[in-house]
Design a protein around this ligand. Structure first.
Ligand SMILES: Cc1cc2nc3c(=O)[nH]c(=O)nc-3n(C[C@H](O)[C@H](O)[C@H](O)COP(=O)(O)OP(=O)(O)OC[C@H]3O[C@@H](n4cnc5c(N)ncnc54)[C@H](O)[C@@H]3O)c2cc1C
Ligand code: SF4
Length: 327
């Protein structure tokens, strides 16, 4: 590992000077993504700014819904009674992720900004357009069994966000609060936060340099209370999703009043399916409806040499998740 210096900050404004004098400075929260990448020499920041003392804490009800501070730990949020009862999809997405040790260290902000598990991105011996723009994408002709089938481009086919939480947050219309180093805040729906790879896969989110995630707010809704997260993986613990589905339904007298659907493990970003939601809304909550919605969600999929199985897997996962919440 390269040498680096380290400072703790207690307010976003304290980062301004350091980012100016050392522009390659990066933030560290739990370190469970960042330190892995530094040990593999994929990132060599000269300076780390520890954001754990920032006052971005708390899990509380507000007029807009449930506000969760970005410095809260995955385990605390996943087990919080308000999250378990009012947003079961969010609780499950957190408790099915990683291991207990990782969940105790990892923060909500860091989870949202975790990086792809594409093997070529994680190995500095290989070219990779996301890591070194213009160097090529060996995954297209190579090992792509765990990569994306929706939203990919000729430059990159990775699931840029491989995790679970953002899939549930995306389905439930979560909004991020961001703060820049001048102390100015803005709110951005998570559906607008991640960028598709296009020709610039190195640019993954709309975050400006130095900008921090302060909190995530999830609106209260009937479909949020009746939601779930289903994850299919190669083994039952400690593995990323091959496919996952976050769904929320408001069903009255057998008719779906509102529906929310997002998929994980199959998209270049957590994949909200408006097509599936349109088919579900106003329809009867039956298996036939769910199958049509699942087909619509994957209609635009473009498989690679090794990941066509994900199309059927994601459809089954989505149907099962819808059946679970419909009862
Ligand atoms: C073995 C293993 C298995 C895993 N399995 C899963 C899984 O199944 N599902 C899953 O969802 N995840 C999984 N993860 C990923 C894990 O959830 C993330 O590593 C973790 O959530 C990152 O949080 P952190 O606080 O440690 O982030 P850090 O490593 O500290 O930071 C990650 C990135 O976010 C930036 N950052 C952190 N906080 C902020 C902020 N508030 N504002 C702006 N930038 C910020 C950092 O600069 C860095 O670029 C796994 C990780 C490992 C190592
Ligand atoms: S899929 Fe994306 S992350 Fe993986 S090698 Fe290609 S460019 Fe890099």
């Amino acid at each position: 590992m390269n040498d680096f210096s380290y400072t703790q900050i207690t307010a976003a404004r304290e980062a301004a000077g350091l980012l100016k004098s050392k522009p390659a400075t990066v933030y560290i929260a739990g370190g469970t993504t960042l330190l892995d990448m530094m040990k593999a020499n994929l990132l060599t920041p000269p300076h780390l700014l520890d954001v754990n003392q920032l006052p971005f804490k708390g899990i509380k009800k507000t007029a807009d819904g449930l506000r969760i501070g970005a410095m809260e730990r995955m385990s605390d949020v996943g087990e919080h009674p308000l999250v378990v009862q009012q947003y079961p999809a969010v609780s499950k997405s957190l408790l099915l992720a990683a291991s207990p040790q990782l969940r105790n260290m990892a923060s909500i902000g860091g989870n949202i900004l975790q990086r792809t598990r594409c093997g070529y991105f994680r190995d500095a011996a290989f070219p990779c357009n996301k890591r070194v723009p213009g160097s090529g994408c060996p995954a297209i002709q190579g090992d792509n069994h765990n990569l994306a089938v929706l939203g990919t481009s000729e430059s990159c086919i990775a699931t840029a966000y491989p995790g679970d939480l953002s899939v549930a947050l995306m389905a439930l219309d979560a909004v991020l609060t961001l703060e820049n180093t001048a102390g100015k805040q803005r709110r951005v729906p998570l559906t607008e936060f991640y960028l598709l790879p296009g020709k610039t896969p190195q640019k993954e989110t709309i975050l400006e340099p130095g900008e921090l995630i302060v909190a995530v707010t999830i609106p209260a809704a009937a479909h949020a209370r009746r939601s779930t997260y289903l994850k299919v993986r190669e083994r039952t613990s400690y593995a990323y999703a091959l496919a996952s589905a976050a769904v929320g339904l408001d069903v009255q007298n057998g008719v779906i009043r509102s529906a929310r659907v997002a998929l994980g493990g199959v998209g270049a970003q957590p994949w909200r399916s408006r097509e599936a939601e349109a088919l579900l809304t106003g329809a009867s909550a039956t298996e036939a409806t769910f199958r049509k919605a699942a087909a619509a969600a994957l209609r635009a999929a473009i498989p690679q040499s090794e990941n066509a199985y994900k199309i059927e897997l994601a459809q089954h996962t989505l149907v099962r998740a819808l059946q679970e919440v419909a009862g």
